[in-house]
Design a protein around this ligand. Structure first.
Ligand SMILES: NC(=O)c1ccc[n+]([C@@H]2O[C@H](COP(=O)([O-])OP(=O)(O)OC[C@H]3O[C@@H](n4cnc5c(N)ncnc54)[C@H](O)[C@@H]3O)[C@@H](O)[C@H]2O)c1
Length: 252
């Protein structure tokens, strides 16, 4: 993959930042997108690195970022949507503006990036598309209603896209991690679900290793971590049991 181009959002922190660092170390050219300039600066400087401060809710800015990436680095081979926010609260306490903002970034921003860049990969009939949903895109949890809704939307979009483009030559995966030790969790400090303490966080490295294994194989869903695929099946087959577990753990 040396010399191939990665376009990645959320590259200023957590899993996205590690992903960008790994790609640079492996010889990829990387367009690193984030609203967080300081986080992007932590990636260092290199002719193979294009750092772009860009808010993914701004569709025009996203289109410009995609065009700049292809002009300055070359055709995008791997497209990764990792940017997201996760403020938590009970739905009735969260406030309309915050709920809309979570959907605008986590789902709307992903749509902006995908609609701008993915047609280029499809036209070339090759490449990789990695979308970050979450186990929260399958398992609803108290205090995570707005985030749950945004990640269910990402999961649905990606699942349909996967089937609509299954003969396109572009490999599509949807990543559904459980809790991962990254700065994202800081956004939940004021309203920490007890269930987060029951399942110890996995590492960003675990997530990236699971994605790489999946990209080499078949199928859509990536469930990093030991119990994640089982939890997904539980939710599909016995949803009532999942809610019993959630209520018992949260003591509500
Ligand atoms: N950490 C977890 O527990 C966990 C679990 C499951 C899924 N995920 C998903 O994995 C992905 C990566 O999460 P992370 O844990 O590395 O998070 P993180 O908070 O460490 O990084 C997210 C990055 O997205 C950027 N961002 C936020 N809004 C943006 C916007 N409007 N435009 C551009 N960039 C923006 C932030 O500045 C930040 O650098 C996310 O999609 C997240 O929902 C995370």
């Amino acid at each position: 993959m040396t010399g191939q181009v990665l376009f990645i959002t959320g590259a200023g922190s957590g899993i996205g930042q590690l992903s960008a660092k790994r790609a640079l170390a492996e010889g990829w050219k990387v367009a690193a997108i984030d609203v967080n300039q300081k986080g992007l600066d932590q990636l260092g400087n290199s002719p193979a690195l294009l750092k772009l401060v860009c808010d993914i809710t701004d569709a025009r800015a996203v289109e410009e970022a995609v065009a700049r990436c292809e002009t300055e680095l070359g055709p995008i081979f791997k497209l990764v949507n990792a940017a997201a926010i996760m403020p938590l609260a009970e739905i009735m306490d969260q406030g309309r503006d915050t709920i809309h903002k979570i959907m605008a970034i986590n789902y709307g921003g992903m749509v902006n990036v995908s609609q701008a860049a993915l047609p280029r990969l499809l036209a070339r009939k090759q490449g990789q598309f990695v979308n970050y949903a979450s186990m929260a895109g399958h398992w609803p949890i108290l205090y995570m209603g707005a985030y749950n809704a945004s990640k269910h939307a990402v999961a649905a979009y990606t699942e349909v896209l996967y089937h609509e483009t299954r003969n396109s030559g572009v490999r599509i995966v949807c990543v559904c991690p459980p809790i991962v030790a990254t700065p994202l969790l800081e956004q939940a400090r004021d309203c920490w679900p007890k269930i987060f303490d029951v399942f110890p966080p996995i590492t960003p490295e675990d997530v990236l290793d699971a994605i790489e294994r999946k990209l080499k194989g078949k199928g859509l869903w990536v469930f990093p971590g030991p119990m994640t695929a089982t939890s997904w099946r539980l939710r599909r087959w016995i949803p009532g049991l999942v809610w019993k577990i959630v209520h018992r753990i949260e003591k509500r």
